[in-house]
Structure formats: structure tokens, C-alpha cells
Design a protein around this ligand. Sequence first.
Ligand code: GDP
Length: 464
Amino acid sequence: MTNESISTSTQTEDTIVALSTANGFGAIAVIRLSGLQAIEIANAVFRGKNLEKQASHTLHFGQIADGEIVLDDVVVALFIAPKSYTKEDVVEISCHGSPYIVQAIIKLLLQTGARAAKPGEFTLRAFLNGQLDLSQAEAVADLIASDSKASHQIAMQQLRGGFSSQLQVLREKLVNFASLIELELDFGEEDVEFANRDQLKNLILEINKVIFELIRSFELGNVIKQGVNTVIAGRPNAGKSTLLNALLNEDRAIISEIPGTTRDTIEEILNISGVNFRLIDTAGIREATDTIEAIGVQKTMDKISTSALLVYVFDVNELSETDLQTDLEKLQREGMPIIAAANKVDLAGKNSIHFNSSDEIKFLEISAKEKQHIDELKTLIYNTAIQGRLTGEETVITNIRHLEALKRTNEALKRVLYGMENPVTSDFLAMDIKQALYYLGEITGAVTTDDLLENIFSKFCIGK
Ligand code: GDP
């Protein structure tokens, strides 16, 4: 590690400072100090009253001055340790939101003894001081990044302790067994069993069940965090662009009567009931001779391969049942549901295809132009993608680091189970249990390394 990187063992003596609100102009900006000397440093540049004599959780109006020069009128908030975000003394200075003033005040605080905070360092301190466990600290980053009701909800749940407290309880039970098995090892040759094998087995099965649910929830968690990739595909002139506009209620995509006008792909975010869907409009899927169109066709297939959902649009008056079947077969991919939107039902001479919805393909008659059944389509998109999996109560993991640790825990526990059913010695059993404990601990932060912390907190913004 370089001197610049975060260390878990040193520097908590330092008082750190950073702008905690977004960069740029604003009505106000908040500069945050945390550490042993936070109040002393703030007091040295504050005119108004003696901040060192004030109670915790109080606000104070005054000026920040560099010698004779007053930099700004400010309001100072005091949080005395341990009742603060970092569990250290924290001072928050609300000044006017001018980048010049912010820079001047921070420069002054640096000259007075504070050090510039590194990315995520406030939250790192909160973690090191036991305010948050690791998955909660990560939830802070997710919370700040959340851009939809669903991603906000999941981050909030994780921040409140969510699944890490549940794992912590199970981990402690497993720690007990590990120590009993260690004890057996101490007795060496003697054939003693302190750890009840049936109970151990039940505990492992219980942990694996929780882990399995969490691993499964990742798929959903991930799509919610990133947005659900939804491709809109169909033959040229089927009405894809019109539908995209109807869904978004805007006129973004170019609509025209010339087949194949949507040359490239267009991506728009549609929020349905709090979940973000990334709608990707594609060029026609017709076998094209025109090269630009052909690129579009390939793109469609590429986009489909990374999508969670496909909305296939077809002109109900033009497309034959055979062509419809051919298209659907071409587009179908294992595990990706298709919504087939039978478009232009407003036109006279509606043909008489009967659509039978199945688990994989759901039919809905719409008119993109006349905005008929657009709300029904939105509901169908939501239900197809989420399938009742988001109720607000369940635990959903969204973090790839957690997923990896859970998978490794699961593998280690499987080895323990195997060891119990096969003639392996207690020391192997103990080793596998320790491995499982290690990986479980990585999620909650019971086990950390500098590298791990560095990796997590360096992704935070400065000031968090
Ligand atoms: P795309 O090539 O699939 O993107 O198709 P467009 O959205 O550009 O639509 C092609 C033509 O079909 C345009 O003239 C639209 O106005 C028309 N169109 C699209 N949806 C409907 C519909 O529901 N009813 C009718 N009557 N015309 C539609």
C-alpha cells in the first residue's frame, strides 16, 4: 500500500475535512470535519462564540474568518463523540454554495490542522468505530447512488442491518461449533465428539438455505440497481418508435413511414412502479440487404442477448401467423420472457389471429399510435420482469462482492457436509468451517483486510 491509500491502523488521530455536498454552485454547501480536533479547528476560524463550550447537536450562527478577512456567514452544527456519524467529534459548516467560498474555507481549515479526507473516509471511520458493519457502509454508497424507488428501498433495507445481522447470528452459531471441533482436536487420539454432528448438520443446512435465497435475490437486486434491460424489437414499420414514445410520453425516437428508419439503437429509461426499465429500441429484424440496416439487425441480436425482457412489436394487420412464429422462434432465448405486442389494432380489417399466451410469451393487443392499452402493457412489463418478487419485505443483495463471498461460503459449507458424511478427520472439518466463517465474515466486516477496505471505500466519493 502507498502512503496515499487508506490504512485501517493509522491516521484516525487525524482530523479530516471535505466538502460533503455536491461540487458546483448551490444555495448552500456543507463542509464536514471529523476527528479529535474537529471542534478545536473549527473554533479557531469561527467568529461568534466559543464552539468548544457548546453542547452536542446544537447549531451556531457566525462567521468564518481568515485573520481579518471574513470569508462567509455560516451555520455550524456540532456533533460530539460518540453521537455522530463517524462516532468522532464532527462539525458541519453550512456556508453559501460558491465553489470559491468552499475552497477558501477548506484551505483555511487545512492550514489550521485538518487533513483532506480520502474517498469514503468518513464512512470508513464510521465502520472502524463500530457505527456500521461493512455491508451497511456499502449500503450508504448504494443509497447515494439510488435513482429509483426500488433501488432506494433495497439500499435502505441493507442500511438498517438487513441480511448482515441475520448472517451474523448464524455465523456466531457456527463459531461455537468451530471451537468445539477445535477442542476435539486437542484431545488428539481419543475418540471424543463435543460437537453434536446432527446439530451441526442442521445449522449448515439452515445457513445454506439463507445463502441460497440471498444468491437467488442477486439477479433481481442487480437488475433493480442497474435498471431492467428491455429490448423493443420488431420488423420495420411495426411501430416500435411510436410505442417507445407512447411509453415515454414523449417524442424522442424518429418516427417515419420508411421501413428501417431507426438505424441505430436508442436507449431510454422508463420508470414503472418504482423500477427503472432501460428501453432499447432497435432497428428492424428483417433480413436486410442494406448494410446499415444489417448492422442494426446484428445489434438487435446482441442487445437481446444481454436483456432481461423482450417486447416484440408486430403489425397485427400485416404479419402472417407463420411469419410471427418465425420471428418469435428467432428471438427466443432461454430464460428471457417475451411480450408480443400486437400493434395497430385501431386499423380497420383487423385480422383474426388468435394469440395464446404462455409462460414465455405473453400477447397483448395495443395501438401505439392511439395509445390504447399502453398502461396495460406497462403493468405487463413490470409483472413479467419482477414476478411478485419485490414486496418491500424481502432481502435482496445487489453487491457483487457479497455474491462472491456467499458463493464461497456455500462451497465451504458443502465441503463440511461432505466431510461429515465421509471419513475425513476433524481437522479437515475444522478447516472448512473456518473457511466458511472467513467468507461470511467478509460480508459483515467481521473479517477485513486493508485491501478489502481500500477496495470498497476507494469507490466512494470524497466527503462521504
Ligand atoms: P418502427 O419502424 O417499428 O419504429 O415503426 P414506427 O414507429 O416508425 O411506425 C411506422 C408507422 O406506423 C408510422 O407511420 C406510425 O405512425 C404507424 N403506426 C405505429 N403504431 C401505430 C398504431 O398503433 N396504429 C396505426 N394506425 N399506425 C401506427
